[in-house]
Design a protein around this ligand. Structure first.
Ligand SMILES: NC(=O)c1ccc[n+]([C@@H]2O[C@H](COP(=O)([O-])OP(=O)(O)OC[C@H]3O[C@@H](n4cnc5c(N)ncnc54)[C@H](O)[C@@H]3O)[C@@H](O)[C@H]2O)c1
Length: 358
């Protein structure tokens, strides 16, 4: 039997335990987790015990000195993605790093360059691509059935969904609010479906009034308003080199019905609404045949039990079978570059250029 990949985890909190480690655990013939690192030793131990791992660390550099480790998950808060990722790549390990790849595009550039220089895989933790609806839709779009997708409207909107744990409301540790935290998912899947056109410019606006207002209801409990330094709502319009445009809306708080998490594509042959976790209504297609209008719901959307587990399986498969990164670092750079331009545009009041060079 071929050698099993040896995996290390850096940052063993929420997403590491609920998603990455479950993913590795699901393919015991292909890989085994051998070490866990968390700056909080109790969290490292708790995660290690839960998944039967013997080695724990509080400093990722010590863990990376183990030559046995082939690949790592970086699942630390956004501010701590850069250093462990670069250190791991330089230590010869493949990396899957949680989204957003960086706090800003400059950090992503460093990570992408390092991956290129070391020849190691850098994957971004954007699991929605692996969901059944996205798999269906990608095939549909790539087969040309939508024609040219010239416009999309991407929404990751929560009515009252400020994360009350971790550092999600602190700009200096996150890089931003809902735009960079959940907007990143819908923007990624929209661009993925559109073939990742090159962004040129972006214009945006953010607000923070609701997030800072004391005593508003929040599904996830109370949080310290004085720490709320991110936006609660963001909107942006992004223009691409091929003439297409995406409008992105993202919120932790807003007065709206429900919590839409979807993208709507407008193509020259058909339109579609895609909800990665939308159950029965996950894909709707709108088209015209012989001057008759049809609203269609496909019956063969693949059933993917966990997009998170599927993303980890894709990471391991890419390493073992010498495939390209399933979610390349360059895609993460494009997303962060767009967010940089949108945040800047909100401050300047002008449309800003998106710089994706690296
Ligand atoms: N893909 C998704 O859907 C999804 C969902 C949630 C979170 N995330 C991302 O995952 C990352 C972590 O989020 P979380 O919700 O798991 O947070 P968390 O706070 O639950 O876990 C982060 C862990 O990292 C540890 N840590 C911090 N700095 C460290 C360092 N330098 N070295 C080692 N350990 C360190 C913390 O002690 C903590 O245990 C964030 O980037 C977030 O955006 C992604």
């Amino acid at each position: 039997m071929a050698k099993k990949l040896k995996i290390g985890i850096i940052g063993s909190g929420g997403i590491a335990q609920s998603c990455h480690m479950k993913g590795y655990e699901s393919i015991p013939d292909l890989c085994e987790m051998v070490a866990v690192c968390d700056m909080n030793p109790e969290i490292a131990k708790q995660a290690a015990d839960k998944f039967g791992i013997s080695q724990t660390y509080t400093d990722h550099r010590e863990m990376l000195a183990d030559p046995e480790i082939d690949a790592v998950s970086v699942a630390t808060p956004n501010k701590y993605h850069l250093q462990p990722t670069v250190d791991a790549l330089n230590a010869g390990k493949h990396v899957i790093c949680e989204k957003p790849l960086g706090m800003n595009a400059e950090e992503c550039r460093i990570m992408c360059r390092t991956a290129k220089e070391t020849g190691k895989i850098l994957q971004v933790g954007l699991q929605s691509r692996f969901s059944g609806p996205l798999r269906f839709m990608k095939e549909y779009v790539d087969a040309g059935k939508m024609g040219h997708v010239y416009y999309a409207r991407a929404q990751a909107l929560r009515r009252r969904g400020v994360p009350a744990w971790g550092v999600f409301i602190e700009k200096d540790k996150q890089g931003g609010g809902p735009l960079i935290d959940i907007g990143v998912h819908v923007l990624d899947l929209t661009l993925f479906l559109m073939g990742y056109p090159k962004p040129v410019s972006a214009s945006g606006k953010t607000w923070d009034t609701l997030g800072k207002t004391p005593d508003l209801f929040n599904y996830w409990g109370q949080y310290d308003r004085s720490k709320f330094t991110v936006e609660d709502f963001a909107v942006g319009m992004i223009k691409f080199e091929d003439g297409s445009v995406v409008v992105l809306e993202s919120s932790f708080m807003g007065n709206l019905s429900g919590d839409p998490f979807q993208t709507q594509l407008f193509g020259t042959k058909a339109g579609a609404v895609v909800k990665p976790y939308g159950g029965d209504e996950s894909v709707q297609i709108f088209t015209e045949v012989d001057q008759q209008l049809f609203d269609m719901k496909p019956a063969n959307v693949p059933n993917v039990e966990s997009a998170h587990v599927a993303e980890i399986q894709a990471f391991v498969d890419a390493i073992l079978n010498d495939k390209p990164s399933p979610v390349p670092g360059e895609n993460g750079l494009i997303l962060n570059a767009i967010f940089d331009a949108l945040y800047k545009s909100s401050e300047t009041g002008h449309e800003e250029l998106v710089d994706v060079t690296f």
